[in-house]
Design a protein around this ligand. Structure first.
Ligand code: TRP
Length: 468
């Protein structure tokens, strides 16, 4: 239900839970289910996970509070929020640039994210039609299948456009009837599937080894590149740095507590990422499988092992539905940033904004869908990742993840920490919350820890040394 406050035309979440599920939906996505398990695998497990957890607490969570605060205070999207709050402060109108960067970043990320999300649709069809089982019997055949699929321009375009259509279909109906309602249906299903899969893997022989791998830190495995990768990922996985959380915060009621909501979202995101690791590693460690191309685990390794276990057909179908749902609640948030820009700043009606912006992103994304020549090019794809030469796809991803998000996050932290007054931030964070005992800690983190850590990512990218 969209409630309108007096004198306020802006749509709002129907409830506190509505915001939490929508924001958790944005955060939980391919980053959790695809990227996190495989970078954890590549970085040797435990120690990397610890650094990642520290990054979430010391950098991610404080910036999330900062973003939501900016949105809720102004009831505007990133462009409007920075224009309004930047006006009488140092930098003035130049701050609008941070908002515009956010909208552009949303456009760019969505244009390739939905290509990968589209693959899950292909695999759902495959699993349900019974064709995955014979492929899974023969790892080489599955590799070939996946390679052929990637280099098939029609299929890539078709599944990308299908995923974009689903995304547009939700955002079209607005904040309450579209986004919130979708999140309220999809997120509980997602959580139930995850719990079911977790319950299932507890009985597999690989489970103890998986738990040890994830929770027993071995610091000799940790590299400088790994630390930076963990830091960068904490941004991507929490949907920070481009105004997605800011936009969702702008629909939040004044009587909702920002600190509690943000904390819940961070905890849900982290718990789900760790659950995904336990599930995937238990299954992989149950068999003696060498995963060399770890970035394709989801599509070339997992099916093989799914079918070695009882109930493989059901497990694999459930799994890809899970990934598709997680991705959909993320693509929704990316489109909402771009669409709400057109609504707020260009004065378009929501339906027009969603169709035109969604349509443009879909068309632009076809370039990405067509740039995936082979499985080899895929090894260069990273949702946040290394410098890549994988065509348009890799270049855009590299730009967005390594430049746009960190730079956006850095500027957001500076703005909230140094340009807003202590009282402004205190007032907004305590509104709907009561006295915030950890305010001092938060303020310290957003003024010092977050800019320093994010600055380190940026400097390392400039020096080109980020992931050896
Ligand atoms: N957080 C999502 C994931 O982990 C991706 C995502 C959605 C995102 N919206 C975002 C990333 C905004 C950065 C910014 O898959």
């Amino acid at each position: 239900m969209e409630n309108h406050q007096p004198n306020n035309e802006r749509a709002q979440w129907g409830s506190r839970l509505g915001f939490i599920l929508a924001a958790a939906g944005s955060a939980v996505g391919l980053g959790n289910l695809w990227k996190f398990p495989y970078i954890t695998y590549e970085n040797g497990g435990g120690a990397f996970v610890l650094v990642y957890l520290a990054a979430i607490v010391l950098v991610g969570a404080p910036i999330m509070l900062g973003e939501i605060l900016l949105g809720r205070r102004t009831q505007l999207g990133p462009v409007g929020a920075f224009r309004f709050l930047g006006r009488d402060r140092p930098g003035g109108r130049a701050w609008v640039g941070v908002g515009i960067l956010g909208v552009v970043t949303g456009f760019v990320i969505l244009s390739y994210y939905s290509v990968v999300a589209g693959w899950t649709l292909r695999y759902i069809v495959l699993a349900l039609s019974g064709k995955l089982a014979p492929l899974a019997d023969d790892p080489a055949a599955l590799q070939t299948f996946f390679g052929t699929f990637l280099s098939n321009p029609w299929q890539q375009t078709f599944f990308h456009l299908s995923f974009m259509a689903a995304t547009v279909g939700v955002v079209y109906f607005g904040v309450g009837h579209g986004i919130e309602r979708a999140a309220k249906v999809l997120m509980p299903i997602l959580f139930v599937i995850l719990l079911a899969l977790l319950f299932y893997v507890v009985w597999t022989p690989g489970f103890p080894r998986a738990v040890a791998f994830i929770f027993r830190p071995n610091f000799s495995e940790l590299t400088r590149g790994g630390v930076l990768e963990a830091l960068g990922h904490s941004f991507f996985t929490l949907s920070l740095g481009m105004g997605a959380m800011l936009t969702y915060g702008s629909y939040m009621k004044k009587r909702t507590s920002i600190p509690k909501a943000a904390l819940t979202v961070c905890v849900l995101d982290t718990v789900i990422a760790v659950m995904a690791c336990i599930i995937m590693f238990s299954i992989i460690f149950s068999f003696d499988i060498q995963t060399t191309k770890s970035s394709t685990i989801l599509f070339t390794t997992l099916p093989v092992v799914f079918f070695k276990l009882p109930g493989g057909a059901v497990i694999s179908a459930l799994f890809y539905v899970l990934v598709a749902f997680a991705a959909l609640t993320s693509t929704i948030s990316l489109l909402e940033v771009v669409a709400s820009y057109a609504i707020d700043e260009l004065g378009w009606a929501r339906r027009k904004a969603t169709l035109i912006m969604g349509g443009s992103i879909a068309l632009f994304g076809i370039l990405n869908a067509l740039s995936l020549g082979s499985v080899d090019s895929l090894s260069k794809i990273n949702l946040i990742g290394r410098p890549s030469t994988a065509g348009v796809f890799g270049t855009l991803d590299y730009l967005a993840s390594n430049w746009f998000l960190p730079v956006g996050g850095f500027l957001i932290a500076l703005f909230v920490g140094w340009l807003l007054t202590k009282n402004e931030t205190l007032q907004e964070l305590e509104m709907g919350h009561g006295r915030m005992k950890t305010f001092g800690v938060w303020r310290f983190l957003i003024r010092f820890a977050a800019p320093l850590a994010v600055g380190a990512i940026i400097v390392s990218v400039i020096l080109g040394a980020e992931y050896q």
